[in-house]
Design a binder for this molecule. Structure first.
Ligand code: SF4
Length: 614
């Protein structure tokens, strides 16, 4: 069977183009949300398994690894096949011992340290060595397996889930895993030691994220130094205190030289005392000691001195490499020092040739030429799936007379935006999102009374806040979605944030979106360096690649929240007249269907789910 579903518009054509396109080393596939990329690509690639190839499906975060495996289960069922696959996760999710000892959760570095020290004595590892082979049929018969299924079965059998999934790798034909195992040489060994990359067809899902991969990046804050001082005192290393105070003083000087939210370049070597190599060695061995002692005492094996030493070691190692910058940022009452690796093209281009074939896919890959430049490929096949949404169900308006251009919004502009949003909500009468260009713009609208106005209309308001914890944002999102049937909730969040990019809102959960502004980065030193670096690499296109396209991709991602399938209805407002200038960077359905409207005329818009009086 070529495709195990009743094919929707363009699905069969795309599947066939992928198959025939595999004579090219690289394929770039742009298909808007809801197209069904996963079943189409999987169906195109599965026949290659019989020729000895393995499908590696790479996703941005571990949370997304189950989706292709769930899809594989359905395909297996419909085609009566038995292709085995699994979603692969790191020790942080798969270590039974860490979950027992630290139920509150641990960082990746902590769990890998725990395993390094405890593996030989770990009962789950020993049971893995003794029993895994004989238990193999239990795992394989449940094919394919999500990581939770591997974890639950292993827990019942008393076997280490992490090593069980590694043991299963050699039987898997489809493996879903996070980008890290493909892109980061530090993690790749875990897969590469079992799966030969040159026998793998690599699919990079949501590939537009590749531009933001930061492999050699790290950061510390004043808090890191402060905690290091406490560790030095607690573990009797007062000899290191003076040097730590020296670092703290230099950091405070930088902090005082910056205004709130300002940034600048710094030189990591000027922060270190004399004989820095000896100092860093000492600091690192204290960090090692602290981690060991904490583990022995049953505490999480973390150490700020260890992190601080590693940070400066990395900084010294990468200093002088073109494309790596050192940026100090003042955040509220703290200073953050970053090592920032901007070299996506250089780092990534060396990776792709390791694989037999690579397919890069996303709903926001366009313009594909820019994407290909940024990830370092020059010869590829391009597949752009035409617009398949329904013209009757998706309405797009470009608002004239409003813009977030400039450092701050004038009172008049705040008034225009709030008035437009109120009119918009009056007419759409459904769950809506106000996605703003930044937290700054969001705050200005809230100060201008937006929240009260919206609440007075009977809507419940949900806001994404700066530094919101993962738990709180999850709860906020769940509450927002619960109101889908009443259609009486408004989400206010910045574009590029958790809600505007990571969240899914099928059906009535979110139908109306109002973008306030274009989410350009503020013109910080960091952004200027990024543009300069990209201009050196790509000449006149540098600014477009570094600054304009990423902003428009954030806007496109935010708009895509309301349309998760070809039958979804949505009303979308591009609330900034500058969108016209950048229209070529937006998805096809926006370019084809947008209609100009003045900000004062918003009550004239068409809402597909509301019948107009005859
Ligand atoms: S062997 Fe497995 S359960 Fe034991 S410490 Fe390592 S990862 Fe954790």
């Amino acid at each position: 069977m070529e495709f195990p579903y009743k094919p929707r518009l363009y699905q069969l054509e795309t599947l066939r183009r992928i198959r025939s396109g595999l004579k090219n080393r690289y394929i770039c596939l742009n298909a808007a949300t809801g197209f069904g990329k996963t079943p189409v690509i999987l169906s195109a690639l599965l026949p290659l398994i019989d020729r000895g190839y393995i499908i590696l499906w790479a996703v941005r975060t571990g949370n997304e690894t189950d989706r292709p495996i769930e899809e594989l289960k359905v395909i297996n069922e419909r085609t009566r096949s038995r292709v085995f696959g699994l979603s692969y996760r790191g020790k942080r999710d798969m270590c039974l011992l860490a979950k027992e000892k630290f139920p509150e959760g641990v960082e990746h570095s902590e769990v890998s340290y725990l395993c390094k020290r405890m593996m030989k004595k770990c009962p789950y590892y020993n049971k893995y060595l003794a029993n895994f082979r004989s238990m193999l049929p239990l795992y394989i018969s449940k094919s394919p397996l999500t990581y939770t299924e591997i974890f639950d079965l292993s827990r019942r059998l008393g076997i280490c889930p992490y090593y069980a999934q590694r043991g299963l790798l050699r039987f898997a034909d489809v493996i879903a895993l996070s980008y890290n195992y493909i892109i980061n040489p530090f993690y790749e060994w875990s897969i590469k030691s079992i799966i030969p990359f040159n026998k793998a067809i690599l699919v990079i899902d949501e590939a537009h994220n590749l531009q933001n991969i930061e492999i050699n990046s790290d950061h510390i804050t004043l808090g890191t130094v402060n905690r290091s001082k406490l560790e030095a005192k607690e573990y009797g290393r007062k000899d290191l205190l003076r040097s730590l105070e020296y670092i703290e003083e230099r950091m405070l000087e930088i902090y005082k030289s910056l205004r709130k939210d300002e940034d600048k370049e710094y030189d990591p070597e000027t922060l270190l005392p004399e004989s820095s190599d000896i100092f860093l060695d000492e600091l690192l061995s204290l960090g090692e000691y602290v981690r060991r002692r904490k583990l022995e005492e049953g505490k999480r094996p973390r150490s700020s001195t260890y992190h601080l030493a590693r940070f400066f070691e990395l900084a010294i190692k990468v200093k002088g490499i073109k494309g790596i910058a050192f940026i100090a940022e003042r955040e509220n009452s703290n200073l953050r020092l970053n090592i920032w690796d901007m070299r996506s093209s250089e780092v990534l281009s060396a990776r792709w040739s390791l694989f037999k074939r690579c397919i890069f896919c996303s709903g926001t890959l366009e313009p594909i030429e820019a994407f290909a430049d940024i990830i370092g490929i020059d010869s590829y096949m391009k597949i752009s799936v035409p617009n398949f949404y329904s013209r009757e169900k998706v309405k797009v308006y470009l608002l004239k007379g409003v813009s977030t251009r400039g450092e701050t919004l004038s009172e008049e502009m705040v008034r225009r935006y709030t008035r437009s949003i109120v009119s918009f909500l009056k007419i759409v009468k459904s769950n809506s999102a106000i996605f703003t260009a930044s937290y700054r713009v969001q705050e200005e609208l809230l100060k201008g009374g937006l929240e009260e106005l919206v609440m007075n209309m009977g809507y419940k308001v949900f806001k994404e806040e700066k530094s919101m914890s993962g738990q709180k944002s999850k709860r906020t999102l769940e509450e927002f979605k619960k109101t889908a049937d009443e259609g009486k909730a408004v989400l206010i969040a910045p574009m590029g944030g958790r809600f505007a990019e990571g969240a899914d809102f099928p059906g009535k959960e979110l139908q109306a979106i109002f973008l306030v502004g274009i989410p350009f980065e503020k013109p910080s030193v960091k952004v200027k360096l990024y543009i300069k670096y990209y201009s050196e690499l790509y000449g006149s296109k540098g600014r477009e690649y570094a600054y304009i396209i990423p902003a428009l991709k954030r806007a496109a991602q935010a708009l895509g929240r309301a349309i998760r399938g070809p039958n979804d209805s949505a009303v979308l407002i591009l609330g900034d007249e500058r969108y016209r200038k950048y229209m070529r960077f937006l998805p096809e359905y926006i370019k084809e269907w947008y209609v100009d409207i003045n900000y004062g005329m918003i009550e004239k818009i068409d809402v597909p789910w509301i019948c107009k009086p005859v």
